[in-house]
Design a protein around this ligand. Structure first.
Ligand code: PNS
Length: 167
């Protein structure tokens, strides 16, 4: 494991990723340029009835980031700051799309700082074309028959279609 103690900058990008969107991908690739290593950390047990199981989300993210050597994909449960420390990281990356994201993100960042003052939260803005994209809207639009092409990685769209067909 490459940790902060090796002098490497390791960041964790946590989330539910149900499903992974191109907005997430955009932030992760920006993070991969800033840090030596970025760990995409999927929260287990977040939503009682997710669209994709944790296993499916893990598989999707691993496929999408396979070409990117400094992007790792993992799952976590419990406190995020504990997971960050366990990974030898000291940075949490979060995306900020609009002012509406700010209040919740500020609460989380300050709570995480209180829990572990050594862990810093870094906010990054996605490319403009993804500022309105969210997992929730993607699921809603897809469920109602609208196009989500360009909003999610191809593999996500394929998996959604497969799920739709199977039931
Ligand atoms: O993609 P999401 O759902 O906005 O991600 C939220 C996430 C996973 C970052 C957040 O729920 C989280 O960190 N959960 C872990 C539990 C925890 O540490 N809670 C206290 C931090 S405020």
């Amino acid at each position: 494991m490459v940790g902060a103690s090796d002098g490497k900058r390791v960041a964790v990008y946590p989330g539910s990723f149900d499903p992974l969107t191109n907005g997430h991908v955009d932030i992760i690739l920006r993070g991969a340029r800033l840090f030596d290593r970025i760990i995409v950390a999927l929260l287990e047990n977040a939503d009682k009835s997710p669209m994709f199981t944790v296993g499916e989300r893990l598989e999707i993210a691993k496929k999408v980031f396979a070409p990117h050597q400094n992007v790792d994909v993992d799952t976590f449960d419990g406190l995020l700051v504990d997971y960050v420390r366990l990974q030898g990281a000291n940075v949490i990356v979060r995306g900020l799309r609009a002012i509406s994201d700010f209040e919740f993100e500020l609460q989380m960042a300050l709570m995480n700082r209180r829990l572990n003052p050594d862990v810093e939260t870094v906010f990054m803005m996605p490319a403009e074309q993804y500022t309105y994209v969210s997992s929730r809207l993607v699921k809603e639009v897809f469920g109602l028959g609208g196009s989500i092409t360009g909003l999610v990685p191809e593999t996500v769209e394929t998996q959604l279609r497969r799920k739709q067909k199977s039931g």
